[in-house]
Write a protein that binds this ligand. Structure first.
Ligand SMILES: CSC[C@@H](O)[C@@H](O)C(=O)COP(=O)(O)O
Length: 370
């Protein structure tokens, strides 16, 4: 059981942990409409590729549960239109689009009680994501446990907060720790949004896993200084058919550093993050975020945290760069498959054919379940 639950669903009620307030306050936001689900995703109250898809699916389920349709045709039209709207919330993680496509197919195929069929399918997605993450954890710990060294490095937040539970790359870290394969995990602060310093730090503390925060810019120095860091393990927002992987900005430079220092670079993601329609990573849309995420620091001062009990947390902004500074702020980058050692999914571990520079993710993984 996770000590953090980012998504709570008890039909017909959906509540999400407001990640904008973490690590200072655990506060759930109730979602009853698609507008609220859209806002939760776009404003990053909820975030992480798998979690975004589940919140969209269940946000619409909550809305549908509160509606009375004149008939199946009306329910079908409403659900399809709302799925299209939810897909405008964030562009890079493919899980949202994959989930919307599968849910649309369910309502198209349902011969009766379309609304009930939709809600049941959304609920199955929640359960499947947890099961998939647990399988990723098992496969990943088996694969990484066999490598020399007893430390790993991770980036961004890929744990229970970014998924329906357990986590992807962080799920592997958790399983390695429980199996006695891990002495310490290093994790990056993940500028500029600080998913590492705020969220991964919080999750690792919850689990009491020995962990050390590093600046994004300290990674090459760390790999040189500590040969026991045997691998870099990260999540994914979209993986193309050849293994090119979009993930949080900074992932690409970690892969370069890992290659230079001879360490494994491992991507962990459910197969819902694989976009077989894309031959390679060139076609992945990269979300651009507001320049002020870089030109200013935002967080909570002691005063705003102390004020929380009375008035709710007040997020404060501290201007760092001179006003008007031009800033380029892509939220994700694409790591070429050539730099990736293995891709761990719930189906098993993909490795490249000998001599190949790319993966073939359209077939069963190399180290598939027996
Ligand atoms: C488990 S999702 C993949 C992550 O590594 C990461 O890119 C992520 O959490 C998504 O970023 P975010 O912008 O916080 O939604």
């Amino acid at each position: 059981m996770d000590c953090l639950q980012a998504i709570k669903w008890e039909r017909p009620r959906l509540a999400i942990l407001n990640q904008l307030l973490l690590p200072h306050r655990r506060e759930y936001v109730e979602i009853t409409t698609c507008e609220q689900a859209h806002h939760a995703i776009a404003s990053m109250q909820t975030r992480g590729a798998p979690a975004i898809a589940i919140v969209a699916a269940l946000g619409l389920a909550a809305e549908v549960c509160g509606m009375a349709f004149a008939g199946d045709a009306e329910a079908r039209a409403h659900i399809r239109q709302r799925l299209a709207y939810l897909q405008t919330s964030r562009p890079t993680a493919v899980n949202l689009f994959e989930a919307a496509g599968r849910l649309a197919a369910v309502v198209d195929a349902a011969e009766s009680d379309v609304a009930a069929a939709y809600v049941a399918a959304a609920e199955r997605m929640l359960e499947a994501d947890v099961a998939d993450n647990r399988a990723i954890g098992r496969w990943g710990s088996e694969y990484l446990g066999a490598l020399a060294g007893d430390k790993v490095l991770t980036h961004c937040n890929t744990g229970a907060l970014a998924t329906a539970g357990h986590g992807t790359a962080l799920g592997i870290v958790r399983d390695m720790w429980r199996a006695g394969q891990l002495a310490r995990v290093f994790f990056t602060e993940t500028r500029p949004y600080n998913q590492g310093a705020r969220l991964t730090a919080f999750e690792l503390a919850c689990e009491a896993i020995p962990a050390t925060l590093v600046c994004d810019s300290a990674v090459s120095a760390l790999l040189r200084a500590d040969p026991a860091v045997k691998a870099v393990v990260v999540g994914a927002d979209r993986v193309a058919a050849n293994g090119d992987t979009a993930n949080k900005i900074g992932t690409y430079q970690l892969a370069i550093a890992a290659r230079f220092h001879g360490r494994a670079f491992v991507v962990a993601a459910p197969s819902t993050s694989i976009d077989l329609a894309l031959r390679d990573g060139a076609g992945i849309t990269i979300e651009q975020r507001a320049p002020d995420e870089i030109t200013a620091a935002s967080g909570f001062t002691r005063a705003s945290v102390d004020a929380a009990a009375a008035a709710g947390l007040v997020r404060e902004t501290l201007q760092i760069a001179p006003a008007g500074t031009d800033a380029w702020n892509p939220s994700f980058d694409v790591t070429p498959a050539a730099l990736i050692t293995a891709i761990v999914t719930e189906r098993g571990v993909y490795v490249k054919a000998p001599g190949a520079d790319v993966f073939d993710l359209s077939v069963a993984p190399k180290l598939a379940p027996a």
